[in-house]
Design a protein around this ligand. Structure first.
Ligand code: MN
Length: 265
């Protein structure tokens, strides 16, 4: 799959997300990103085969083995997505705030338990388990720890896209009954809440003259573009009674396609 789908879905001149690039170095990190998109969800990503294998988990990962969390496999992401936190502007794929909710390392588990206990496996075993749709692994994160399985659902249910997996905690010393990821609203990178992160985008939209890094510059550019659009619209409104809708070169009325920047909540 490489990163073709990741690339196809995004316009990199318009989003602060990292460009598609397959890593040549092997790594064993994982990340969970809380993502306030159209629907709030958690993106669980495992560094593997030069990319981040990714699943969107609507309810978030759980440390309670009684929870079978739906995890929809989504497109591979570049490894540099690992520490992406910020705001994907409206009008872009996945628009909304992203928080780095957990980070750490992971180890594949051998599909063959020894004396009823799971033991570390190899990268080759991990690749085979992923292909088979039954991936067992151990997490050592700041919040998520212990053994887990991601199991691909075989059932053909109505409307199923065939990308549905279940993420399940295994029984070990790290079990927490009744676990709720939603109770922890703090970035492990910046300590910010989702509101703090979203608030950054709002404040940037009002202060476009701030000296800026790459992400801020884009936000400032967007803020300027939006301000111009607003001026145009205000002017158009004022002229409405005097002149007709401006015509396109084909002579048909121009379609209005304002960029949405309104706050979702
Ligand atoms: Mn997402």
């Amino acid at each position: 799959m490489a990163l073709e789908e990741y690339k196809r879905k995004r316009r990199f001149e318009d989003t602060p997300e990292p460009p598609p690039k397959v890593a040549t170095k092997a790594g064993n990190r994982f990340v969970v990103q809380k993502h306030d998109a159209t629907r709030l969800h958690y993106d669980f990503r495992l560094e593997m085969e030069g990319v981040l294998k990714s699943w969107a988990v609507p309810k978030g990962p759980s440390l309670d083995p009684a929870d079978k969390r739906l995890a929809m496999q989504v497109e591979d992401h570049p490894v540099s997505y690992f520490d992406f936190e910020g705001n994907i502007p409206e009008g872009n794929y996945g628009a909304g705030s992203v928080m780095v909710w957990d980070v750490g390392t992971w180890t594949p588990l051998s599909p063959m338990p020894v004396n009823g206990k799971y033991v570390p496996g190899t990268e080759a075993e991990a690749a085979a388990m992923l292909a088979k749709g039954d991936l067992k692994f151990r997490l050592n994160g700041k919040r998520l720890k212990g053994d887990f399985a991601l199991i691909k659902m075989r059932g053909r249910r109505p409307g199923s896209k065939g990308n549905e997996w279940l993420m399940i905690k295994k029984h070990d010393d790290h079990v927490v009954e009744g676990y709720d990821a939603g109770e922890i609203d703090e970035s492990v990178l910046s300590k910010r809440s989702m509101d703090d992160i979203a608030g950054d985008a709002r404040s940037k939209a009002w202060t476009s003259s701030r000296p800026a890094g790459r992400g801020k510059l884009k936000a400032a550019w967007l803020a300027d573009a939006v301000a111009k659009l607003d001026q145009k619209r205000a002017a158009a409104k004022g002229q409405k009674k005097k002149s007709a809708t401006p015509l396109s070169p084909q002579g048909t009325p121009r379609k209005k396609t304002p960029r949405k920047v309104k706050d979702k909540r």
